[in-house]
Design a protein. Structure first.
Length: 543
């Protein structure tokens, strides 16, 4: 009966072009947040959307934005920017733009959307903004920069403001930008805040952005139900965690695309180099990568180019150690604080739409329960393996894994894990930076004018990351657990082994051919100088 009461997309008075796009996306019915939020937004109300990660928040505000623009097109006489969508990270901006692109597939000429979140050339983005697209997606700092430069004007025509992942906006350092940005907006506009939590930051943002809002705090679990998402935990030491991960992946005990979460950026590369030794490919995702590389990594993972992505979440922005050290140790290490430049407009465990993920592996312990919730929310609600201790609030059963069954894997793993030294990680990162320099379009002109610098970069010494041993990619049968070994019976001891048979057969053929050639030579009088079986006859000349 509950299914009968569910409001379907075609009952929301949406434009046919939007409905056709939804049909192509194969969305059978609205999610709970979409069913609740879309009608309220279509009525013109300000809404605070609070729903867990993976619940469909992006479409919940994107569909009403597109519908409102299509409605305004019927009465408007000029082209202008109607909607501004702000998100704290460049990856999320790209994701939102992609969703809007899918939803406007049948009305792409009428509703145009651009993403200006990248730190590219302002002049190029200025030319894009001069065409006055209907929807602009940006980070708060980038949107403010263009408003100050008068590359876009919103004071007269903006109709909707959306702030996605609102609980991260202040934590990413955008509080001042948001407050200043609001001065460039008209006095009256419809606003939406979308968030996974109702933190104090969200409530503060609510006061300055929304007017008489409807707050949607849906009574739904923070994570998907157990019928869709399973949680397991496993206690293991550092070396054993690596061995277990190697065995799980190599023996196909977990299948499908996987996200492996670690705490620090260096751990991303350590795990990647470790897996490479066993010919297990992966890509990394962290805050220190350029935005273009991060977006490419997510895109390649979603397209199936990689089955494994190793990620560090946004907590790594706050401490170089990722929270592994206690307060006292942190005080000692504070003087040695990492000087690496991190992109504050990057977030990994929050919001990014990883598609068709089957497994989330918490290789390192999450810093808090919220981190665990958001990490688990990245999956396709199928299966989660937790390799460290986590609160029993979510993880009930222990993952049964007999480590003694893969003792051979432990020896291999221990050597491979220890081979990935700090120097190997550093050189791997240098190699990545070098590759980015060679691929950077902005530097192409410089390299054309300075070919010696390009040649020097290409002739730079080979980086000794980790010596690959091809034999590690193969798992011999004797390393397999007894339950996974091939039960083919051993060959009979009385019969010679197959290789000997082949060699003997070849020798026999050779001997037979030699015998035939000898017999042919013996029967040929021109070669043997012997006349056999010839009767002597008498002729006239003999007489």
């Amino acid at each position: 009966m509950e299914e009968d009461k569910k409001v379907m997309f075609h009952e929301m008075e949406l434009d046919d072009r939007i409905l056709k796009a939804i049909s192509l996306l194969a969305w059978p019915h609205p999610t709970l947040i979409q069913e609740t939020a879309i009608p309220l937004l279509l009525e013109g109300k300000d809404v605070l959307i609070r729903a867990r990660t993976g619940s469909g928040k992006t479409a919940a505000f994107a569909i009403p934005v597109i519908q409102k623009i299509l409605n305004l097109k019927n009465t408007s006489t000029h082209q202008c920017i109607r909607a501004l969508i702000l998100s704290p990270s460049k990856e999320l901006c790209g994701q939102i733009t992609s969703v809007i692109g899918d939803l406007t597939l049948k009305c792409a000429r009428e509703v145009r959307c651009i993403d200006i979140s990248s730190s590219g050339d302002m002049q190029i983005q200025k030319s894009l903004l001069s065409d006055k697209p209907d929807i602009v997606v940006a980070t708060p700092s980038r949107a403010l920069a263009h408003l100050k430069a008068k590359n876009m004007r919103l004071k007269e025509d903006l109709s909707m403001l959306v702030v996605d992942e609102a609980d991260l906006v202040f934590s990413f350092g955008y509080e001042d930008e948001i407050k200043e940005l609001l001065s460039y907006l008209p006095k009256i506009y419809q606003a939406v805040l979308a968030s996974a939590t109702l933190s104090d930051d969200v409530l503060s943002l609510k006061k300055i952005v929304l007017r008489n809002p409807v707050t949607l705090k849906l009574e739904e679990p923070e994570l998907a139900p157990s019928s869709q998402l399973q949680h397991y935990h496993l206690f293991a030491e550092e070396d054993d965690k690596a061995a277990i991960l190697y065995a799980l992946l190599k023996l196909n005990l977990i299948r499908g695309k996987s996200i492996i979460f670690v705490r620090t950026v260096d751990r991303c590369y350590k795990l990647k180099l470790y897996l490479e030794q066993f010919k297990i490919g992966s890509c990394v995702l962290n805050s220190e990568l350029p935005a273009a590389v991060r977006c490419l990594s997510v895109d390649q993972f979603n397209r199936g180019r990689y089955q494994i992505i190793v990620a560090s979440d946004e907590k790594a922005l706050e401490k170089p150690d990722g929270g592994l050290l206690g307060p006292e140790e942190w005080g000692k290490k504070n003087k040695q604080k990492s000087k690496r430049k991190k992109d504050k407009e990057s977030g990994v465990s929050r919001g990014i739409d990883f598609q068709h993920v089957s497994n989330v592996i918490n290789f390192d312990f999450p810093l808090d329960v919220n981190s665990y919730v958001h990490r688990a929310g990245r999956t396709a609600r199928d299966y989660v393996l937790h390799l460290s201790k986590i609160t029993s609030r979510y993880v009930e059963p222990k993952y049964e894994f007999a480590l003694e069954e893969v003792e051979g894997f432990r020896y291999r793993s221990r050597d491979a894990w220890r081979a990935v030294t700090r120097i190997a990680v550093r050189e791997a990162r240098l190699k990545e930076i070098k590759q980015e320099l060679l691929n950077c379009k902005k530097l192409q002109g410089y390299f054309e004018e300075n070919p010696t610098d390009l040649a020097a970069l290409r002739r730079d010494k080979a980086l000794h990351t980790v010596r690959l041993q091809p034999q590690l990619a193969h798992v011999p049968e004797y390393l397999l657990p007894a339950a996974l070994r091939n039960d083919t019976p051993e060959p009979d001891a009385e019969q010679p082994p197959e290789p000997t048979k082949k060699r003997k057969h070849k020798q026999t053929n050779f001997g037979s051919a030699k015998r035939h050639r000898y017999q042919a030579r013996q029967s040929d009088p021109l070669r043997s100088f012997a006349l056999n079986n010839i009767k002597k006859t008498t002729t006239a000349s003999d007489t």
